[in-house]
Design a protein around this ligand. Structure first.
Ligand SMILES: Nc1ncnc2c1ncn2[C@@H]1O[C@H](COP(=O)(O)OP(=O)(O)OP(=O)(O)O)[C@@H](O)[C@H]1O
Ligand SMILES: [Mg+2]
Length: 268
């Protein structure tokens, strides 16, 4: 009911050494080839990623799970072009990110990617409207059109237009998360990257966020989501398992254990 039929067959969890799980059908929106990340702090080197190969197809809704410190945020930051790999390639829009200038990278980040951060990252001295509009201000879109788009994005994210003049701090965590999703959506990105979008939320608010993502995905939106919550991951189409900087397998979600089934919808 919630799931669209996709042009691939979901399979049992497999080890990476058994080869790719998903046949290459459709457009690849983002591809990682041998991506490694080493963080250097003074003389200390920390592995973020130890070699990740990953292809995400247009219209996919995938989740990434793994223990704390396994590299989930590092992986998402790489895909969002917020940070550069130490080794390996990130191919987005058919172009190797390493070969792009900082201006071109900023352009891609602004046009292609909508980022939802775990901590919302909303600016409290701005109103909800101003927060949502931000990605469009950079594009020099006239204010009238920005307001229209911000309203549309907020409704798409399951929010309420009465929030627009408020400051984020005047909203609940679940409401703020919907504003953060609206800001990610407003520029009509090709990919939504969400880092623990339900991490700070209660069950009902988590359900609302997943309802939103599921609805957007049905409309064709590609979504890549990091989560610790199995009931959230089970609502996606594919669960990548990350351990110690590597993808160790891909798991088939159990939709009967998705939060949309386990938690009742909020009463209107
Ligand atoms: N800016 C940084 N400088 C140094 N080390 C870092 C930095 N960011 C991440 N790391 C290290 O890289 C590894 C992976 O971190 P990452 O934040 O990607 O983990 P995670 O899977 O997102 O964990 P969590 O579930 O706790 O959010 C960890 O060992 C972490 O300490
Ligand atoms: Mg993290």
């Amino acid at each position: 009911m919630f799931r669209r039929i996709k042009p691939y067959i979901l399979q049992e969890p497999v080890e990476r050494s058994q080869g790719p799980v998903v046949p290459a059908i459709g457009d690849v929106v983002i591809k990682l080839v041998g991506v490694k990340k080493i963080y250097v702090t003074g003389t200390v080197k920390t592995w973020g990623l130890r070699g990740v190969d990953l292809e995400v197809y247009k219209g996919e809704f995938v989740s990434i799970m793994g223990p704390s410190g396994s590299g989930k945020s590092t992986l998402l930051n790489m895909m969002g072009l917020l940070d550069k790999p130490t080794e390996g390639k990130i191919i987005i829009d058919g172009r190797n990110a390493a070969e792009l200038s900082s201006k071109e990278l900023a352009y891609l980040r602004n046009r292609k990617i909508g980022f939802v951060f775990q901590s919302f990252n909303l600016i409290n001295r701005y109103t909800v409207l101003e927060n949502i509009e931000l990605p469009l201000v950079v594009r020099s879109i006239p204010r009238r059109i920005r307001i229209e788009k911000a309203k549309k994005a907020l409704l798409m994210a399951g929010g309420d237009l009465s929030w627009l003049p408020k400051r984020p701090i005047q909203l609940s965590g679940g409401q703020q998360q919907r504003v953060a999703i609206a800001r990610a959506l407003v520029g009509d990105p090709e990919i939504i990257l969400a880092d623990e979008p339900t991490g700070n939320l209660d069950r009902a608010s988590s359900r609302a966020v997943i309802e939103t993502f599921t609805r957007l995905n049905k409309q064709g939106q590609t979504i890549i989501m990091v989560t610790h919550d199995p009931e959230v991951a089970n609502c996606t189409e594919k669960i990548y398992l990350l351990r110690d900087g590597r993808i160790i397998g891909v798991k088939e979600p159990d939709f009967d254990k998705c939060i949309l089934k386990t938690v009742p919808p909020a009463k209107k």
